[in-house]
Structures are given as C-alpha cells and as structure tokens.
Design a protein around this ligand. Structure first.
Ligand code: PMV
Length: 327
C-alpha cells in the first residue's frame, strides 16, 4: 500500500518585468520573458497525502473544502502531472497561505510551486529545479518563478521544454525590500488567467512585447550591478506598460483603487525628493513599493499614513521552494 505525506513551502514572487499574455494558453507559454523576486516571510504551505485509500483528488484551503473553481483547477493540474510522470492514484491536498489571497500578491504562484514540490516528493520523484519549474508553470505561469530562490528569470521559450525559470542572483545578493501596501483584500473580479487572454485585444500589447527583451536586459543588469536608479526606471515603466495594456483591452481591465493611485503619486514625489524608491503593481490594486533596506523603515511608516492603506507588509528576497522536514 502506498502512503506518503509530504509538506512543501513556497514564497510568492513580485514581477519586476511582467508576464502578461500567452503564446500557448494551455501550457502557459508567455509572450515575453520576465524577472521576479521571491518574497521572504510570505508563503504557502501545502501538505499532500498520497495513499491507495484515496479515491479522488480533494483540495482544502485554510482547513475548508476549496471552491469548485479552485478544486477543478487543481484536478486539471494533477491530471497533467499524472500523465507526464505516469502516476496513478489520487491526492489529498491541504494548503494555507499567510497573506491575503487573490489580491495582487500572486498566491497561485506560491500555491502551485508548493504543490508541485510536495506532490512530486509524495510520489517518490526527485525532479531537477528546471523540471519542477516547468511543472509549476502548468498550474499558474508565474508559479514557475517561485521554484528557484532569490531573483529569478523566466525564459519564455516556445514549448513545454524550453519555458522555465532559473536563479539569476541569490537572496543575499541585494537587500532589496518590497513594502506591500494592501488597499484591497477582496477576491479580484477578473482573474489573471482571464486577463492574459484579453491582452491581445489591446492595441498596445504588440508595442509592449516588442521591447520587452530590452527591459528584461536592463532589469537583469540593474540587479546584477545593484543599480537602484536603473531598476526603478525599468520596473515602473514595465508595470505602467502592462496596466496600459490592461486598460486598453476589450473589455477594459482596471485593477486599481483610488488608494493605488495615491500611493503611486507619493512614490514619485518621494523619489523626486531624493529617496531611492519605486512602485510596481501586479494584477490587483495593491502596490509593491521597492527600496533598499536602509530606507525601508521610513517608507513603511510613510505608506501607513496614506488614506486607504489597510496594512503594509514587508518582504526581502525569499529563498527557493523547499520541503519541510518531518521529525
Ligand atoms: O501566473 P498568473 O497567471 O497569475 O499571472 C501573473 C500575472 C502578473 O502577476 C500580473 C505578472 C507576473 O509576471 O507575475
């Protein structure tokens, strides 16, 4: 009788160069490569039970049976996993995150990264980091970037084999801090999955894709040389370009709340006053305000003063997805 229980932990990541739009919708092959930083302190912890006594896949989130949408999404992912790795049998999955889900902090990224690691270990498979990243991508595109640690690049590729993420700099390379200003904790109305499909309806998407590689090179260079000014320029530009595509899609997508704009304006003012700081926003209303560790205390305090900010989280560069060792 098979009976194995495995727990894995993975961090969400903030995209510094964004993924928006797919070349292959089903495999989540993106139209452009992207770069992210894993977020330390925030995590999803997922326990997988693999037993011959389990007769269907069952997903529990925070101790409760998952919604039908989440359950179906995980079943679809597990079906593909079983097919690729010739696995039979079903799984019980218990997942919990320590941050608000579905609110622009990519909980699906940490969730599918943790699930990929836990489910492969439960089946006795020991995959390379690249193979784990490919597998996590099938659950949620950006999940492939939550497998390696630190600063990560996702090479877009053109098929399942060529599309995976790898580390470009370890977490200790640069004490960058993401001050996450939460202005909304509700589930967003349009999922990023639906958003990716809308991207090509924007007349701006082709222009965004056309020079994405240049922004990718600048961002990688800024990270490698710890050049905050260059990072700030390219990160804000890339975020603004993605949101311009969102707003000009058909139908249009506008994830921002009034407080999102207040924060962005404040960040620009602080930078003009000489404080090295920049913002980036994923598919949600919350704003990720990036700075170096020496300035994070003051920025966190200033963010808390902005009307509409409910909570500010702080995260440095996080490590790779890991298995939790049982005693
Ligand atoms: O992986 P998905 O389908 O949740 O898409 C993520 C999209 C963004 O967060 C907006 C950008 C990114 O690169 O993470």
């Amino acid at each position: 009788m098979i009976n194995k229980i495995t727990t894995a932990i993975a961090h969400p990541n903030i995209a510094l160069i964004k993924y928006w739009g797919d070349l292959d919708v089903d495999l989540h092959i993106p139209v452009n490569s992207s770069i992210s930083m894993n977020l330390d302190g925030l995590f999803t912890r997922t326990t997988v039970t693999y037993s011959s006594e389990i007769t269907r896949d069952d997903l529990f989130i925070d101790g409760q049976p998952a919604s039908e949408i989440a359950q179906k999404r995980v079943e679809y992912f597990l079906d593909r996993f079983r097919k690729i790795y010739k696995i039979s049998g079903y799984f019980q999955i218990e997942s919990a995150s320590n941050f608000p889900i579905n609110a622009g902090i990519a909980s699906s990224a940490s969730a599918f990264a943790a699930l990929s690691l836990a489910v492969t270990d439960a089946c006795g498979l020991s995959l390379s980091e690249a193979d784990l990243s490919r597998l996590a991508r099938l659950g949620s595109g950006s999940a492939c970037r939550s497998i390696p640690g630190g600063f990560v690049e996702w090479q877009a590729g053109y098929n399942h084999e060529s599309s995976f993420a790898f580390l470009i700099a370890s977490p200790s390379h640069w004490c960058l801090v993401d001050c996450i200003a939460i202005v909304d904790t509700e589930e967003k109305e349009t999922s990023s999955r639906q958003g990716h499909e809308l991207a090509q309806s924007s007349p701006l998407q082709q222009a965004r894709i056309m020079n994405a590689d240049q922004r990718l090179d600048e961002c990688r260079f800024a990270i490698m040389s710890r050049d905050f000014d260059l990072l700030a320029r390219v990160v804000e530009l890339d975020s603004n370009m993605m949101h311009a595509v969102m707003m000009t899609s058909n139908p249009p997508l506008l994830y921002w709340k009034p407080a999102t704009i207040s924060i962005m304006k404040s960040v620009i003012e602080w930078r003009m006053a000489g404080i090295p700081v920049c913002y980036t926003v994923d598919a949600g209303a919350n704003v990720h305000v990036l700075c170096e560790a020496e300035n994070s205390g003051a920025i966190l305090n200033q963010l808390k003063e902005i009307p509409g900010v409910l909570l500010v989280l702080e995260a440095g560069p996080g490590g790779a997805a890991t298995l939790e060792i049982r005693n």
